[in-house]
Design a protein around this ligand. Structure first.
Ligand code: IMP
Length: 424
C-alpha cells in the first residue's frame, strides 16, 4: 500500500508509478476526482484524477475499487485524454459497487461551502462529500445501476425528490431534471463505462490466489481521513491503510507492506489547523520552489516545516512499514532546516498527537534546527553521494518516525529518486 502521511500532495503518484513496475494490479480504494496525481514520464506530464497511476504500464491492470466515488463524465474524459497520449485504458476495471457522483452532488458541495462562509472547509467542490453522504444514507446510485435503466430512473427519481427542493428552497438554486440526467448517464456514459464494470473483489482475490502483486494507491492522506484526520477539515473517505480493506474488499492479512509517503516539508490545501505552518518568506519559498499549487484546483498550498508529531501518529494508525520521502531537493537552499518535534499546548510539551481538536488548533510547534546542505540534490541517485547534512536530515526523520526511509525523491522526473534498500 502507498498512503499519504500528511494532508495530501505528498507525491504518492510518483512512487505508485515507480512501484507499479513490479505490480500486476494497481488499485484505488477511496476518494474520487478530488485527487490529482501528476506524473512526468519521458518529459510528458500526465495528470490523473481517477484512473490508477499503474495505467501507464501495459502489464498492469488498473482497478477502481468499490470505495471510490466516480463522476463518469470525468472518468470518460480522463480515458480520452490518456488515449490521445497513446495510453490504452482498455484494461481498466471499475467496481460495480462504486458510487456515482451526479451534478447535484457538485451543486450541493458548492452551495454548502458558500453557506458555511468563513467556516468553509475549502473542499475541492467536486461533489465528493455529498456523494459519500448519500452512500451512507443509502440513497446513492452505484455504477452497477447504470446497467438497469428502470432501476436507475426509479432511484434517481427518489433522490431528486429530496435534492431538488433542498437546492431550490434552501439554497435558491435551479432543480435538476430527471430525464436530462438519466439520458446523460444511461445514453452517454453507460456505453463507455460498461465494458470496464467488473466484480473487482473477485478479481483481486483471484489475483492474490495466483500469487500476483497488488498495489493499493491511497488518495488524499492520513490527516484528511474522515475518522483520523483533523475533522471537520477532512475529506469524506478513509485514506488510511485500514480503508483498503473496506474500499477494495481484501482482509488486513493480505497487506504486507505499507509505505507512508512523506514530503520533506508539509503542505495543506483548504482550511484547518496546521501547527508547523510558515506564513513568512520561507513558506513562500517552499511554495515557489516546490511548485505547491493544486494539480486539480490550482489553489496555492499552505506550506510549513515537517511535523514529526503527525508523522509518528501516521506510523501508528497506518502501521507503516517504511517511508518514501519526497521533494528533498526543495530544501536544497534552505539553512537552517527546522523540524517540528513536539507541540506546546497550554504550556505543556506534547510529543504525541492531541486527541482533542481544540488542542490541535491551539498547538504551537516546538522545532529542532538542522543545518542545510546548500547543494543541488537533483542529480543524486546514490545514497553514498548525499551531502552529510542531507543524510543527517533523513536519519533524523527515520529516528523520529521509528521506521526506515526506503525511497527518497530529489526531483519530478521518473528516475530522480534514491532507493535506500531493496524493495522488500
Ligand atoms: P473534498 O475531498 O473535496 O471534500 O475536500 C475536503 C478537504 O480535503 C479539503 O481541505 C481539500 O482541500 C482536501 N483534499 C481533497 N483531496 C485532496 C487531495 O488530493 N490533495 C490535497 N487535499 C485534498
Amino acid at each position: 500500500m502507498v498512503v499519504g502521511t500528511q494532508w495530501g500532495d505528498e507525491g504518492k503518484g510518483r512512487f505508485t508509478d515507480l512501484l507499479s513496475r513490479q505490480m500486476d494490479m494497481v488499485v484505488r480504494y477511496q476518494g474520487g476526482h478530488n485527487a490529482g496525481h501528476t506524473l512526468v514520464v519521458d518529459g510528458q506530464t500526465f495528470k490523473l484524477q481517477l484512473v490508477p497511476s499503474g495505467v501507464l504500464y501495459p502489464h498492469v491492470t488498473p482497478v477502481i475499487g468499490n470505495g471510490v466515488v466516480i463522476d463518469p463524465m470525468v472518468l470518460i474524459d480522463e480515458m480520452d485524454r490518456l488515449a490521445e497520449a497513446g495510453v490504452d485504458c482498455g484494461r481498466l476495471k471499475v467496481s460495480g459497487n462504486a458510487h456515482l457522483i451526479f451534478p447535484y452532488h457538485q451543486a450541493l458541495d458548492v452551495v454548502a461551502e458558500r453557506h458555511l462562509g468563513r467556516n468553509k472547509l475549502g473542499t475541492t467542490k467536486r461533489g465528493i462529500g455529498p456523494a459519500y453522504a448519500d452512500k451512507a444514507a443509502r440513497v446513492g446510485l452505484r455504477v452497477q445501476d447504470l446497467l438497469d435503466p428502470k432501476i436507475f430512473r426509479e432511484k434517481l427519481g427518489v433522490v431528486l425528490h429530496e435534492k431538488n427542493p433542498l437546492l431550490a428552497k434552501v439554497y435558491n438554486r435551479l432543480p435538476f431534471d430527471l430525464e436530462t440526467l438519466a439520458t446523460q448517464y444511461l445514453e452517454e456514459c453507460r456505453p463507455r463505462i460498461e465494458p470496464h464494470i467488473a466484480d473487482t473483489v473477485g478479481l483481486l482475490h483471484d489475483a492474490l490466489e495466483a500469487g500476483q502483486n497488488l498495489l493499493f494507491e491511497g488518495a488524499q492522506a492520513m490527516f484528511l481521513d474522515l475518522d483520523h484526520g483533523t475533522y471537520p477539515f477532512v475529506t469524506s473517505s478513509n485514506p488510511v491503510a485500514g480503508g483498503v480493506c473496506v474500499g477494495a474488499g481484501i482482509g488486513p492479512r493480505h497487506v504486507d507492506r505499507v509505505i507512508g509517503v512523506t514530503k520533506a516539508y508539509i503542505s495543506r490545501v483548504g482550511s484547518g489547523p496546521f501547527p508547523s505552518e510558515l506564513t513568512d518568506e520561507v513558506g513562500d519559498r517552499l511554495v515557489d520552489v516546490g511548485r505547491e499549487y493544486g494539480t486539480n484546483t490550482k489553489r496555492r498550498r499552505r506550506c510549513g516545516w515537517l511535523d514529526t508529531v503527525m508523522l509518528r501518529h501516521a506510523v501508528r494508525v497506518n502501521s507503516l512499514s517504511d517511508l518514501a520521502i519526497t521533494k528533498l531537493d526543495v530544501l536544497d537552499a534552505l539553512d537552517p532546516i527546522k523540524v517540528c518535534v513536539a507541540y506546546e499546548v497550554d504550556g505543556q510539551r506534547r510529543s504525541s498527537m492531541p486527541y482533542h481538536q481544540s488542542e490541535i488548533h491551539r498547538a504551537s510547534p516546538i522545532f529542532e534546527e538542522l543545518p542545510g546542505w546548500g547543494t543541488d540534490l537533483s542529480a543524486v541517485s546514490d545514497r553514498a553521494k548525499l551531502p552529510g547534512e542531507a543524510e543527517d536530515y533523513l536519519r533524523f526523520i527515520e529516528e523520529q518516525a521509528g521506521v526506515p526511509a526506503t525511497l527518497v525523491s530529489v526531483g519530478p522526473g521518473r528516475d530522480q529518486f534514491i532507493a535506500f534498500s531493496p524493495v522488500p
